[in-house]
Design a protein. Structure first.
Lengths: 462, 260
């Protein structure tokens, strides 16, 4: 990292609202003139981070520095940055001119200088001749432009944009994306952009910060993030993908969906469980079965404008999504090829659930904040601190909450070709990972049950 | 056979009858009495009294003065109260807002009698000061509520946008919050000013009848069976209220005042 080039540096930033940790030890830096995007699902902390940078919120710990100066305690009106708000926040009692001139008038700039700057800013957003218009008479897109002009006219070093295009319709959004990109290139200032729209992030950004649950998942260029996601969350969130369980047999050889494939990844070790990502456009589909690496049957085929999107079932029972310019008839037998370059192998974050707990008697253990029956365990007694491991597929989710020892809500669902990998967050905030064939919806409340025999309990020696 | 009561539009009938009986008819009666003498002949002399009778003119001017003063007092006290109530950082519970509305649940006359009694007990001379105190006490909720309503609904991002553009907290208030809450203030003014002009009991009780407001003059005339004269003054009163409503800015959907 070149210190000269860094404009904003964020160190160990944390923020909680009540019990909920919204930002968890965030560290990164932003280069001068960069178009950086915070990307993530709602509630991932991206807006909170933007609000902390803008000064509307204070972090619980950590610091934000700009050009080497600590911004902590500096009120928003004294920060050399400006914000474009999600719902524009144009002042309804002022006309377009006075909205744009608001910041300049506060600086007590001479009137003629203000007039010049305002008309220049309005020209930049193609809104010349709108000076006298009432802001409420403008369309959403026009209001958006005025909001951008109002921020840019102050010549901030950094422009913050909080989902600025979210309220516009698709066509307008696409046009504004191009204009924003052009504006950024023309002005050369730093843009910090917040969005939940991955396509928008890929289109606009120099750098994307993918966030989830208050943590940075990955920082990189759009191509890096798309082609080499570091974990299954990023792979799933950015674009369409097939995420599958696999085993790294040796360097450059990975096994998944029941076949061995050549790949380009090294250094995972031998026979190590991994996650494999293959983008739907990277699976070649052929009618010639002999040349194929594996075969399957077309299940659905939908025309998507440029390409066809197909779901196929391999002979080994895995469901894959494929995009191709040619359509294949539903029910037809087809062959598939995947090139080594198109296989992205990711280290598994975990291979089973690991809970820390304490024996509450010889045959019960407290984990996840509640007591579970674990059968008689030789050599363990009440009060022993233990580690309990449970395989993903040995956790039973129940519709009937009373049947579970504890309950939680489903926070993340990942389809892995032949089963779902589900993250359940318990009321106490613990996370339980489950492999299942049952179909659940996000935010479903489920009972969690674990059979005594499925717990591997080991004593933690102190 | 078609029954007219089955028609959807006929459901409006009860409301129509109500409006005619309790709104239109009284207004017509006021107009009629105002423009006739005790024998039922047309005359303008009742109305002319408003411009010629020194006692009436005087009481009207005093009323306007008291109403103006009361309105200003209500704004000065009510705005900060409404601001604090609407600020979620300063006021974390909805109950506090209720506490300010609570006195409205007690009959105004009883409150006024009690207030006068307190002044008597404390040995405070009844007069203009006690009148203004009682008026402000009575009408404050009508000022607080519309302002609170507007501030409460105001999008916080306006204030944030102003801050972001370099406005200090004080400037945010004067340039954004205050102008945007004007509809609430106007609503409050309408609900305090005109009712104050026409009050009668409060001034009688709290000044020992030493200050006669316009409302008291009207009431006195009805009390003395001078129906036509009383109706004429009421008529003038109505016209003034009408004019105030008319010149106050149009209430578009943005400018919700709350109670009216």
């Amino acid at each position: 990292m070149n210190k000269e080039n860094v404009i904003i540096n964020i160190e160990h930033l944390s923020k909680s609202f009540g019990d909920k940790k919204v930002l968890d030890d965030i560290n990164f830096y932003i280069n001068r003139g960069e178009f950086i995007t915070f990307l993530g699902p709602s509630g991932c902390g991206k807006t909170t981070m933007l609000r902390i940078i803008a000064g509307f919120l204070n972090a619980d710990s950590g610091r934000v520095t700009m050009d080497g100066n600590d911004l902590n305690g500096v009120p928003p009106h004294k920060r050399p940055l400006n914000t474009v708000f999600q719902r524009y926040a144009l002042f309804p009692h002022l006309d377009v001119y006075d909205n744009v001139a608001f910041g300049l008038k506060l600086k007590k700039m001479p009137d003629d200088e203000i007039a010049t700057k305002v008309s220049k800013a309005l020209k930049l957003v193609s809104m010349t001749d709108y000076e006298d218009r009432d802001v409420n008479s403008l369309s959403g897109g026009q209001q958006q432009r005025i909001a951008i002009a109002r921020a840019l006219v102050n010549q901030p070093k950094v422009l913050l944009l909080d989902e600025p295009l979210a309220a516009l319709d698709l066509k307008m959004r696409k046009d504004m994306q191009i204009e924003l990109k052009e504006m950024h290139e023309k002005l050369g200032i730093t843009f910090i952009y917040v969005t939940h729209d991955q396509e928008e992030a890929l289109t606009l950004s120099d750098t994307i910060v993918v966030m989830n649950e208050g943590k940075i998942q990955q920082i990189g260029t759009p191509t890096d993030i798309y082609n080499e996601p570091v974990n299954s969350f990023v792979a799933d969130f950015i674009g369409e993908s097939n995420i599958l369980n696999g085993t790294m047999i040796e360097d450059r050889k990975v096994n998944f969906i029941g076949h061995d494939f050549d790949c380009v990844d090294e250094g995972f070790g031998e026979n190590v469980p991994v996650d494999v990502v293959v983008r739907p456009e990277d699976i070649y589909i052929l009618s010639n079965l002999d040349a194929a690496q594996f075969v399957g049957t077309v299940q659905t085929c939908i025309f998507k404008g440029v390409h066809y999107e197909m779901t196929v079932l391999t002979d080994e029972g895995f469901e894959l999504m494929i995009q191709d310019y040619n359509s294949f008839e539903v029910g037809s037998k087809v062959g598939f090829l995947i090139k080594p370059n198109d296989i992205q192998v990711m280290k598994k974050e975990r291979t089973c659930n690991t809970f820390e707990g304490e024996m509450t008697s010889e045959e019960s253990v407290e984990i996840l904040g509640v007591e579970f029956d674990c059968g008689v365990r030789e050599g363990l007694e009440k009060g022993d601190k233990v580690k309990v491991e449970v395989d993903f597929n040995k956790i039973d989710l129940q519709d009937n909450l009373d049947e579970g020892e504890t309950n939680g809500s489903i926070s993340f669902i990942l389809y892995k070709g032949n089963h779902y990998h589900i993250t359940v967050r318990t009321e106490e905030g613990f996370k339980v990972y489950v492999d299942t064939n049952d179909i659940w919806d996000k935010n479903d409340i489920v009972g969690i049950k674990i059979a005594p025999a499925d717990m591997r309990i080991t004593k933690i020696s102190e | 056979m078609t029954n007219i009561f089955n028609k959807r539009s006929s459901w409006v009938l009860p409301y129509f009858i109500f409006m005619v009986l309790f709104v239109v008819l009284p207004l017509v009666l006021i107009g009629f009495y105002a423009l006739t003498d005790s024998n039922g002949h047309f005359t303008l002399s009742n109305l002319a009294a408003f411009f010629t009778d020194a006692k009436i003119i005087n009481s009207f001017l005093v009323s306007m003065e008291v109403a103006l003063e009361n309105t200003i007092i209500c704004i000065l006290i009510g705005y900060p109260v409404a601001y604090i109530l609407a600020d979620k950082d300063l006021n974390k519970s909805a109950v506090t807002a209720l506490l300010f509305i609570l006195p409205m649940w007690i009959n105004a006359l009883m409150r006024t009698l009690a207030t006068a009694e307190i002044f008597n007990t404390l040995g405070i001379q009844l007069g203009k000061g006690t009148l203004l105190f009682g008026m402000a006490y009575d009408y404050l909720p009508f000022m607080i509520y519309p302002i609170y309503n507007v501030l409460n609904k105001m999008d916080k991002s306006y204030a944030e946008a102003a801050q972001d553009l370099g406005a200090s907290p004080m400037t945010v208030f004067t340039k954004v919050t205050l102008p945007l809450s004007m509809p609430g203030i106007l609503s409050g003014v309408l609900m305090v000013f005109m009712p104050t002009v026409s009050t009668f009991a409060v001034s009688e009780i709290l000044t020992n009848n030493t200050i006669q407001l316009f409302g008291s003059v009207i009431q006195e005339q009805f009390y003395n069976l001078m129906w036509n004269q009383g109706a004429a003054l009421s008529f003038v009163m109505l016209i003034i209220i009408g004019i105030t409503m008319y010149i106050s800015p149009d209430k578009d959907e943005e400018a919700e005042g709350g109670l009216i």
